[in-house]
Design a protein around this ligand. Structure first.
Ligand SMILES: NC(=O)c1ccc[n+]([C@@H]2O[C@H](COP(=O)([O-])OP(=O)(O)OC[C@H]3O[C@@H](n4cnc5c(N)ncnc54)[C@H](O)[C@@H]3O)[C@@H](O)[C@H]2O)c1
Length: 322
């Protein structure tokens, strides 16, 4: 039987490269496209060497619709995993039009191309940012309030509705996966190279001999710092495999997290321990606008719909970085 062939947008990115790794380990074939705006070709070089495979990689912008349509025809694609996006929340405030163009319009066009070419499967990278800044201390449920506070979150939330319309067509399959805070790595070559997440930010500061900074120490949490749900990137990849292999229809969107919260202070302490820098001073700064005290996933739906639960502990995720 020929293996299922997936087009993986953003496959030179942090999460996309981990999904490629997981899919290849599970006998699926992947064709990667990425503009290399943030992605690294070295991640694909690493995956090719690891698996002894000539993984097809095409440097291409997801807004180059003609090229994408010809690739889908040329490679006879069965499904699309769409991770390519702009993901910097702060930057999205400055460049909202670009964020809506890349994250919403291009997703919509990709779905139209999929429909025209008989591609029946579509799995979309969404985000906890669709929930905005909830003022409760309860885990977010998929059908709870959605109130994105940035063009980034809004562009992803609106894109989800395009994916939902696609998967509601009989014969189609897929979902939007709402990742919480992604951490960890399967290999040093696949490390997160962006500065959007807490752990890379703290490591970046430590590498430059600077003190890590906590924004807000007076939240109504156990240690006064914000609590988030940190999920290992290898679990994110496993969730994609579970979604791809699901034989029953999936809910339109599912949280992918651990269901356990960790505070900013706890994360910084774990990184300081891992780097033997426990004596490092930590700067306490005022709260930042829009940061909720608590943002964690209710993970029941992913478990009941596709049997997915996270496997890696936070300690394992942090250890994987060193
Ligand atoms: N990392 C997280 O904590 C997190 C959390 C929630 C959701 N997400 C989502 O997961 C997905 C992957 O994120 P990541 O952390 O791997 O980020 P990343 O920046 O490492 O990966 C995104 C990839 O998309 C590529 N890309 C960007 N614009 C493109 C374009 N116009 N055409 C083609 N390629 C383009 C980039 O070059 C990059 O390789 C994104 O959709 C992001 O919104 C990430």
């Amino acid at each position: 039987m020929t293996p299922e062939r997936w087009l993986l947008t953003g496959g030179a990115g942090y999460i996309g490269a981990h999904i490629a790794d997981e899919f290849i380990c599970n006998d699926k074939s992947v064709v990667i496209i990425d503009s290399l705006y943030q992605g690294l070709e070295s991640r694909i070089t690493f995956l090719r060497a690891k698996h002894g495979l000539e993984i097809p990689f095409i440097k291409c912008d997801i807004r180059d619709y003609n090229e994408i349509e010809s690739l889908i025809r040329e490679y006879k694609i069965d499904g699309i995993i769409h991770t390519a996006a702009l993901k910097a929340v702060g930057e999205s405030m400055e460049k909202p039009d670009e964020y809506f163009q890349v994250n919403l319009e291009a997703t919509n066009e990709l779905i139209e191309i999929a429909k025209r070419n008989g591609v029946k499967k579509f799995i979309f990278s969404s985000t906890a940012a669709v929930y905005g800044s909830p003022d409760t201390m309860d885990p977010c449920k998929e059908d709870g309030p959605k109130a994105p506070i940035s063009p980034y979150g809004d562009s992803k939330y609106q894109a989800e509705s395009k994916v939902t319309a696609f998967i509601n067509t009989p014969g189609n399959h897929g979902t939007s996966l709402r990742f919480f805070n992604v951490v960890g790595t399967a290999a040093p070559e696949l490390l997160d190279n962006s500065v959007e997440n807490l752990v890379p930010i703290v490591l970046g500061k430590l590498n430059k001999g600077q003190a890590p900074e906590i924004f807000g120490t007076d939240y109504p949490t156990a240690d006064g710092t914000c609590v988030r749900d940190y999920v290992d990137v290898r679990d994110i990849a496993r969730a994609h495999l579970a979604a791809a292999d699901a034989t029953t229809p999936l809910p339109p969107a599912m949280n992918i997290g651990t269901g356990r919260g960790a505070s900013v202070r706890e994360i910084i302490d774990l990184v300081l321990q891992a780097t033997n820098k426990t004596q490092t001073e930590v700067i306490k700064s005022p709260r930042r606008a829009g940061d909720p005290a608590f943002l964690c996933a209710d993970v029941a739906l992913a478990k009941s719909a596709m049997g997915f639960t996270s496997k890696y502990s936070l300690e394992e995720s942090i250890r994987s970085l060193f």
